[in-house]
Design a protein around this ligand. Structure first.
Ligand code: PLP
Length: 443
């Protein structure tokens, strides 16, 4: 029996023994198409030679240097690249080892900013229901996924909560998308007023919702109104682009498509493409300047921040994306993928919604298409679809709304940016098989 505490302690996992491009092969020689990039991580696919070479070179030079003694050229170069391509106002980078760490650091930066600038009474974050920001305690606290947080709720900080931006479920038939955005903006205003505007530190949101809802983009104008409201009350905006960022939606940052710039942005997954554990907080100059002028430090730190091999991997990934014009490819392949998904599932009796951007797509599964009635959560359709997909040689990322009124099963798709049209055809074919056998198993 495995000595590892795996995510599930029941059943066994296949061993990944080799990987190449968009495929992973297991110990029995079975090949899987990685249509979810793991969990929206593998943007360049597996074993990209340029990234491996950059990591080897860094390992041979300086594999590790603690950041209380040294910086490294590779970490500085990565920060320069990230700042050069960041939204307006972002001037600094804090390098960590993953998405949850990035969120934790962003929350603490936001809090410390108000301590440094003489507003220590600001102590409350506002975030959305049905969101996911990571599994460490601060990130779990701001996250609004009840299944993940319920048993830990007694040890989490209190957070103000507003609705997600989830048009398929929540936009009224009588509303335009813009009116729906405005209704959500009013809800945020009301929640701020209830808490007291001067007590709120920041509003935290995924630009495109990933794990909990399955690639749900915001409705038009939503983030513009959020930005205005935050500015009016002196509240910071933290964009969580751990999953949807770094090119996944067709622009480097998803906020670019919303026409706004956050004060702090968490990135991870696609930053290092899975070659090394790495995440980052992109921080506005205003925040870091306040630290510089005030205490002179950011009161935080981990042993592996700014890790040189992780920085080398991320820098190489970002260089390949720029050199090979992969953002254009995300847009083009994304348009192809959308067409295939809509052609195959557009009239499927158990597919209620197909949504996404770039190479980031969600397919929501329902018992009744007309009424949008979800499957009974207890049936765990998402788990059945995942098992059937693995059987069919497909890695995808199904999730289910399981408790406390969270609605619907969905499948998240986030293939590597280098995927071919032929491989996308195979993804859609195998997904159709998986959905068929998953729903058949319920009957
Ligand atoms: N934020 C979002 C939006 C995520 O999707 C995730 C992971 O799925 C995280 C944060 C946490 O990242 P990690 O698993 O690297 O800690």
């Amino acid at each position: 029996m495995s000595k590892i505490v795996h995510r599930s302690l029941r059943g066994t996992l296949p061993f990944a023994v080799s990987a190449q491009g968009v495929h992973i092969t297991d110990h029995e020689g079975k090949q899987y198409i990685d249509a979810s990039g793991g969990a929206a991580v593998s943007c360049l696919g597996h074993q990209h030679p340029d990234v491996l070479a950059a990591m080897h070179a860094q390992i041979d030079t300086v594999a590790y240097a603690h950041t209380s003694f040294f910086t490294t050229q590779v970490a500085e170069d990565l920060a320069d690249t990230l700042v050069a391509n960041a939204p307006a106002g972002i001037g600094h980078v804090y390098l960590v080892s993953g998405g949850s760490e990035a969120i934790e650091a962003a929350l603490k930066m936001a809090r410390q900013y108000f301590v440094e600038t003489g507003e220590p009474d600001r102590s409350v974050f506002i975030a959305r229901r049905q969101s996911y920001h990571g599994n460490t305690l601060g990130a779990l606290a701001v996250g609004g996924n009840e299944w993940r947080r319920k048993q830990f709720a007694p040890i989490l900080i209190d957070v103000g909560r507003v609705s997600p931006c989830y048009a398929y479920r929540d936009q009224l038939a009588t509303e335009t998308p813009e009116q729906y955005s405005e209704r959500l903006a009013q809800e945020l205003e009301a929640t701020i007023a209830e808490i007291g505007a001067k007590r709120v530190i920041a509003f935290v949101a995924e630009t495109v919702v990933g794990a909990t809802l399955g690639a749900v983009p915001p409705t038009p104008g939503y983030f513009k109104r959020v930005r205005e409201i935050c500015d009016r009350h002196g509240i910071l905006l933290i964009a969580d682009e751990v999953m949807c960022g770094m090119g996944r939606t067709g622009t480097l940052h998803a906020v670019e498509q919303e026409g706004i710039a956050p004060d702090l942005m968490a990135i991870a997954k696609g930053l290092g493409g899975g070659y090394q554990p790495i995440g980052a907080v992109l921080a506005s100059t205003k925040i870091v300047d306040a630290f510089r002028k005030g205490s002179g430090l950011f009161q935080h730190g981990h042993t592996y921040i700014g890790h040189p091999v992780a920085a080398a991997a991320a820098l190489a990934v970002q260089k390949v994306i720029a050199r090979d014009k992969l953002l254009d490819q995300v847009k083009a392949r994304g348009a192809y993928f959308e067409k295939k998904l809509r052609a195959t599932f557009g009239n499927h009796p158990n597919v209620g919604d197909i949504r996404g951007r770039g190479l980031f797509w969600g397919v929501e599964l329902v018992e009744d298409r007309a009424t949008k009635k979800p499957f009974d959560a207890a049936l765990k359709l998402h788990a059945k679809v995942k098992a059937a997909a693995m059987q069919a040689g497909l890695m995808c990322y199904p999730m289910g709304g399981t408790i406390d009124g969270e609605r619907g099963d969905h499948v998240l798709l986030a293939p590597p940016f280098i995927i071919s049209e032929a491989a996308l055809d195979q993804v859609v074919e195998r997904l159709a098989t998986a959905i068929e056998s998953g729903t058949r198993a319920l009957k």
